[in-house]
Ligand binder design. Structure first.
Ligand SMILES: NC(=O)c1ccc[n+]([C@@H]2O[C@H](COP(=O)([O-])OP(=O)(O)OC[C@H]3O[C@@H](n4cnc5c(N)ncnc54)[C@H](OP(=O)(O)O)[C@@H]3O)[C@@H](O)[C@H]2O)c1
Length: 251
């Protein structure tokens, strides 16, 4: 029996939860050689422009997603119906607990509300940007003394934060990806103080259809923050690397 026939067979014989578990794509993202670390469920905190788009692409790729917002799972019925059987809505704490890793995609001003305990020990993919018009002025950011992702890492000291998806418009997450090796493939930047976290983002980007430029530590991630030359335009890895080098520390 071929794999696709086997999953068709399972779908018709097993309860949907078991079927989903059996047919999920299994991934070993971060473990040392020979140690299987299975990453199949993504806990998404924030279900707006970016959270919903990351959820759409993730379910298309075979991940299970547990998605949350600030108002409660009952407000996510339509999104979950659209996403299909790989998705469910939950509270932020439940999404954090359920995820093999998490995506935090809420306004920066709200990171103080995030559930730190269920994110402890986990990789947290951080899409945040600083918009003082929305978030209020934060002097340490205005003065170039910290970065948005360092702020999240401080808020979640037991987690492994990696900046990602912060400089691509939400609609482009599902439309700009192309297979590895495609000419002029778009590249996206990441940064982290934890190699396993930037490695996970690199593999996730590749699955989503993007090359990666690794900026290095979170303290360097200002290079891809708002209003820098790499923020927004579609760029290849070479082009993005140039723009990162040109970026001014403060705007
Ligand atoms: N829009 C873009 O194209 C884009 C691109 C790159 C990066 N970003 C950045 O990514 C982040 C998210 O952007 P967005 O455009 O997706 O924002 P958005 O559309 O305003 O969505 C924000 C989401 O966060 C949820 N939320 C707020 N506080 C929360 C909390 N304490 N716990 C759980 N969920 C909470 C909101 O829930 P409720 O609706 O229930 O309040 C909403 O679902 C921002 O930092 C933004 O600057 C945005």
């Amino acid at each position: 029996m071929t794999a696709s026939k086997y999953y068709f067979f399972l779908r018709h014989l097993l309860p949907s939860s078991q079927c989903r578990a059996r047919s999920s794509v299994r991934r070993n993202f971060t473990g040392p050689p020979g140690v299987a670390v299975i990453m199949t469920t993504i806990g998404i905190i924030g279900a707006g422009n970016i959270g919903s788009q990351i959820a759409r692409k993730s379910v298309e790729l075979g991940y299970d997603v547990v998605i949350s917002n600030s108002r409660g799972p009952e407000t996510l019925t339509d999104l979950v119906a659209e996403l299909g059987p790989r998705a469910r809505a939950a509270t932020a704490a439940e999404a954090a607990a359920a995820g093999d890793f998490a995506v935090v995609t809420v306004p920066l001003k709200n990171i103080g509300d995030l559930p730190a305990a269920p994110l402890a020990g986990k990789i947290v993919v951080d899409t945040n940007n600083y918009y003082w018009e929305r978030d209020g002025h934060i002097p340490a950011l205005d003065n170039g003394e910290t970065t948005t992702s360092e702020m999240l890492q401080e808020r979640l000291p037991e987690s492994k934060v990696a900046k990602a998806f912060n400089h691509i418009y939400s609609a482009e997450i599902t439309t700009h990806g192309t297979p590895a090796g495609t000419e002029n493939r778009r590249a996206l930047a990441t940064a982290s103080d934890h190699t396993e976290a930037s490695n996970l983002v690199t593999r996730l980007y590749n699955e989503f259809g993007f090359d990666t430029v690794n900026i290095g530590a979170l303290s360097e991630s200002w290079r891809i923050e708002r209003d820098r030359p790499g923020y927004g335009p579609r760029l290849t890895a070479a082009g993005l690397t140039e723009k990162l080098a040109e970026a001014p520390r403060t705007i």
